[in-house]
Design a protein around this ligand. Structure first.
Ligand SMILES: Cc1cc2nc3c(=O)[nH]c(=O)nc-3n(C[C@H](O)[C@H](O)[C@H](O)COP(=O)(O)OP(=O)(O)OC[C@H]3O[C@@H](n4cnc5c(N)ncnc54)[C@H](O)[C@@H]3O)c2cc1C
Length: 504
């Protein structure tokens, strides 16, 4: 039986392990943490449960595909529902707007609240669907680094529709042309942050993102985002995949133009009868694992710098600017707020200034706040009468800032803004607190500089400057996850696993 080693049990690593197992490989997944999922994991604090990272779930069929590939019925493992409300938006001047899944209703809301003709909204979403349709097969389902991708009917369609893709203007300028109300421009500019980019720099091609949320839909996994990880790990284990936790890969072993396996550092819990080791309850041992192919789900920059330091480094790709990071507060709140729902946004007054701050490696004083409350749909995530607040701010990459000071200041800014928006002092309602910041994102997942989505998409060539899903140097080395083609976010990570394993 052929053997494969997967480095990392992030969503793409798990998906790759399932796909390889269905191809007949014996698969071992080595995971540095004690738990699977990487960014897609869970946090528990004082009776509250939070999804640690991703909260917006789109394109659920990509998860279903994995169960179907393995001959299973997806609903035996994983359940989700379509949301009838996509997001609630709040501005400091008291304006409130709900984005409904029913687009006619959303159109009426936009007309009533912002006096913006509904046809502007509908036109934008039709255009978004067109962009998606043209780019999907070309950019999302194939390697951009194989000639066959560029010599077929889908590519021809792409060339013919190039002017419609918005490659030559920014997202903001396209949205300013489309909408007359600045608040609607801001609302649709926000989609740049779905892959950690800046709407004033990223090309309007990224206006494909609203298509996912509005035309295909936003969904909620009935047992929380963590059930994506848990159900896929269960499937993988049933297919014979072996997960090795607390096992960090320290080196990819090479032999000429091939990789021969991985070296791992296994942190074993010390048993009582073993002699004490210096200042630790764990100790390490280096172990070599030989295999026929290796898939790295570790960030590609970290893979080259740390696991392949003697290989040729693809500098141009590795040095691309990274997507933004995030600062997350997990707050247990001892009250319920009927004006809030699952997804809520409290916009900054000056969106451009916010992105200028991020470009200057700083957090804005008036940040846009994303507030996610899963207990609205999954009441057991919070004690009775309480809510689990997941608060995400766009944050710069970790370049050595004084994060403790930055976090303390940001906390005050968030409390001030939410207290103003909700008309009640929030601070005394915070019962429990945990924090995730660019430093801890980097240390917990090996994401370079704590970037949430690998490289940024702030220039029109970004898609071509992500690392391919295969290695040019080593025939049997593959790459999956948010730092490589086609990019970050759960759907694209799942597609990276599909593209990589189809090349095997
Ligand atoms: C706060 C936040 C909010 C987000 N919101 C959304 C959202 O709403 N919707 C969405 O679709 N996406 C969202 N994302 C992005 C999404 O979470 C990621 O794109 C995706 O989960 C990344 O998956 P991955 O497969 O690249 O692996 P990661 O999650 O980065 O995991 C990599 C894994 O590899 C392990 N690893 C690394 N190096 C080694 C090594 N040497 N040896 C062993 N193991 C190793 C790590 O421990 C980790 O478990 C968000 C991310 C964050 C952090």
């Amino acid at each position: 039986m052929k053997t494969a080693a997967v480095i990392g049990a992030g969503i793409a690593g798990i998906a790759a392990s399932i796909r390889l197992a269905t191809k007949g490989y014996a698969v071992d997944v080595y995971e540095a943490n004690a738990y699977p999922g990487g960014k897609l994991s869970t946090v528990e604090e004082g009776g509250y449960r939070f999804d640690a990272g991703p909260s917006l779930f789109t394109m659920p069929h990509l998860i279903d595909d994995l169960f179907q590939l393995a001959g299973r019925n997806p609903t035996d493992y994983f359940e989700y529902v379509r949301l009838d409300e996509t997001c609630r938006y709040f501005w400091d001047d008291g304006t409130r707007l709900t984005a409904w899944a029913d687009l006619e209703r959303f159109g009426r809301e936009v007309e009533a609240v912002l006096d913006e003709p509904a046809e502007h909204l509908h036109g934008h979403l039709v255009d978004s669907a067109l962009k998606y349709d043209v780019t999907e097969k070309l950019f999302l389902h194939r390697s951009l680094h194989k000639l066959t991708t560029w010599l077929n009917r889908d590519a021809l369609r792409g060339y013919l529709n190039l002017p419609k893709l918005g490659v030559f203007r920014t997202m903001n300028s396209a949205n300013e042309r489309r909408f007359r109300h600045p608040k609607l421009v801001q609302l649709f500019n926000r989609y740049a942050t779905y892959n950690g980019s800046n709407p004033y720099q990223t090309p309007a091609t990224l206006n494909i993102i609203p298509h996912l949320e509005y035309n295909i839909g936003a969904f909620f996994p009935v047992h929380g985002m963590i059930s994506i990880t848990n159900s896929l790990v269960r499937l993988a284990e049933e297919l014979g995949v072996r997960f090795h936790y607390n096992t960090r890969v320290t080196e990819i072993l090479t032999a000429g133009k091939r990789v021969a396996g991985v070296m791992s550092d296994e942190q074993r819990a010390k048993s009582d009868d073993e002699p004490p080791v210096v200042s630790a309850t764990h100790h390490s041992s280096l172990v070599t694992h030989h295999c026929d192919l290796v898939v790295s789900n570790m960030d590609v920059v970290s893979t080259f710098r740390k696991l392949l330091p003697n290989a040729r480094q693809p500098e141009r790709i590795l040095r691309q600017p990274k997507s933004s990071s995030g600062l997350i507060f997990y707050w247990g709140i001892r009250r319920k707020f009927t004006e809030l729902n699952l997804h809520n946004i409290f916009f900054s007054d000056d969106y451009r200034a916010e992105f200028d701050s991020l470009s200057g490696q700083q957090l804005a004083d008036d940040p846009t706040i994303y507030l996610n409350i899963t207990s609205k749909h999954k009441p057991d995530d919070a004690p009775p009468g309480c809510e689990n607040w997941f608060i995400l701010l766009n944050a710069p990459n970790n370049t050595g800032q004084d994060w403790d000071t930055v976090i303390a200041q940001a906390r005050q800014n968030v409390i001030r803004k939410l207290s103003h928006g909700l008309g009640v002092d929030i601070e005394p309602l915070i019962e429990t607190e945990a924090v995730l910041d660019p430093r801890s994102i980097e240390s917990r997942t090996s994401s370079w500089q704590g970037a949430l989505y690998g490289n940024s998409s702030n220039n029109r060539f970004a898609a071509f400057l992500r690392h391919p899903n295969f290695s040019h140097q080593f025939k049997n080395l593959y790459f999956v996850g948010g730092s490589v083609h086609p990019g970050g976010g759960i759907p694209l990570c799942l597609l990276s696993a599909k593209i990589a394993t189809e090349m095997v």
